[in-house]
Design a protein. Sequence first.
Length: 142
Amino acid sequence: MNTRNKKWLATTLAAGVFAVVGWILAAPLSGQPGPNNPGQQACRADVERLCSNVERGDRPAMHACLREHREELSEPCRNFITQRMEQFQNACGNDMRQFCSEHRGNPQAMRQCMREHRDQLSQGCRNHLQQNRGNRPNSNQN
């Protein structure tokens, strides 16, 4: 990963794009099936410890809780999120910069922008989103 991509990734992660990670973790953190999901294995204890007051399935609240407690996440969970963010950056970083850069720092607006441009996203980005969102690339769900 080049320096520009690392800087973009660091800025994006620091800005709280846990909502994008929510695309990846949503099912297991929402109480839906997925015991073999690596995100559930890496982050389940953190979610139970830090966000037990968040209603299962309330993804915006879960994202907010994870952002609020990001410094308290366990190393395995942080590593999982960092790895997934790097994978997302590699697959979709150019698309994010091309279509949605004005929304950096606003996870909900970024996610909505990516949805609005889903037909224009690169094939690699669309494939990544489909593989990591439970095969719902055209979903309007949060």
